[in-house]
Design a protein around this ligand. Structure first.
Ligand code: SF4
Length: 310
């Protein structure tokens, strides 16, 4: 079991989910994928082994405490720093949370384990599931997602199709487009054909906007994203430029703390998260805001990326 201090972070402002309270069910970078664009760095524990990485009673008791604070929360979101469906208690957790509160429950997943009927069943009580689909071809899948060797592209896609048949809630399919890797005319056409079978409620086009694990991962330009959006049809949205309105800038103090810290010395994401005892996913949101306000910049040195004041 992980010894992480807190499995709950936020609520963090999110364009798609409003104020989202994050629940992290696995230790840092425990994932079935090692995506080249991952903003959290290389996967350190690539696995498909399901177990109770974090005890569900601890999560529920921490959640109970947060809910008592009466903060604005629009979604309780299973996301975090790895693949949440790897936690074998995810189904029980969703059921228990639905008993505790009326707040909607969302699951952000890479979708790799939806070929398993048990996992599809466990996600059923959620209100919203946001799976990823980053490739329309086996070769591109291998290049981008660098999955555990037991995961096959066709089975993964089939899992998404079956999930659509069984799940009664909303499915927003996220497609991460990377320049020169999965944005060819051929691949985009194949994406459309697969997505037309999945019939998600929304298609969310994303591209590389935060420092990726691999430097060669480049964003698809905005005008091309706009063309792809029209090609995919009316339920497609571009989420790449997720500017957070000032109304949603909840924790000014956190922004200031980050500025204070990196003012002393340039820091990596992990340095900031550890020094301030704040979950990396929450730190990332505030780094975004500070970058957009031109207060900080991201620089690479050797194998690592650092944030420092402008
Ligand atoms: S699935 Fe998510 S957490 Fe896992 S490597 Fe890919 S982007 Fe990172």
């Amino acid at each position: 079991m992980s010894i992480n201090k807190s499995y709950i972070y936020g609520p963090v402002p999110s364009r798609r989910l409003g104020f989202s309270l994050g629940l992290d069910l696995v230790p840092y970078k425990t994932c079935s994928y090692d995506c080249i664009y991952c903003q959290l760095g290389k996967t350190t524990n690539k696995t498909v082994e399901r177990k109770e990485y974090v005890n569900k009673d601890i999560i529920l008791s921490q959640l109970d405490e947060v809910l008592k604070c009466d903060e604005q929360i629009d979604y309780i979101t299973f996301s975090g720093s790895g693949e949440p469906t790897l936690n074998s208690s995810i189904g029980d957790l969703i059921k228990e949370i639905k008993k505790m509160t009326q707040i909607k429950v969302a699951v952000l997943t890479n979708g790799s384990l939806l070929s398993d009927g048990k996992i599809r069943y466990e996600l059923n009580p959620a209100d919203l599931v946001v799976p990823s689909l980053d490739a329309a071809l086996q070769t591109t899948f291998e290049r981008i997602n660098r999955s555990d060797s037991s995961i096959e592209f066709d089975r993964m896609v089939n899992g998404l199709l079956k999930f659509r048949e069984e799940f009664k809630g909303l499915i927003w399919l996220e497609v991460m487009l990377i320049k020169g890797i999965n944005d060819t005319i051929k691949e985009i056409g194949l994406f459309k054909s697969i997505i037309s079978k999945i019939v998600p409620d929304k298609i969310h086009l994303n591209t590389v906007v935060r420092p990726p694990t691999e430097k060669y991962c480049l964003p698809v330009p905005e005008d091309e994203l706009t063309r792809f959006k029209s090609f995919f049809g009316k339920n497609c949205e571009i989420i790449a430029e997720s500017r957070i309105s000032s109304k949603r800038r909840k924790r000014k103090d956190l922004g200031n703390k980050i500025l204070g810290l990196i003012g002393r010395r340039p820091c990596t994401l992990s340095d900031i998260s550890t020094s301030l005892s704040v979950h990396p996913n929450e730190v990332i949101k505030y780094l975004d805001i500070l970058q957009k306000d031109n207060k900080i910049i991201y620089v690479e040195f050797g194998e690592k990326g650092y944030y420092k004041p402008v």
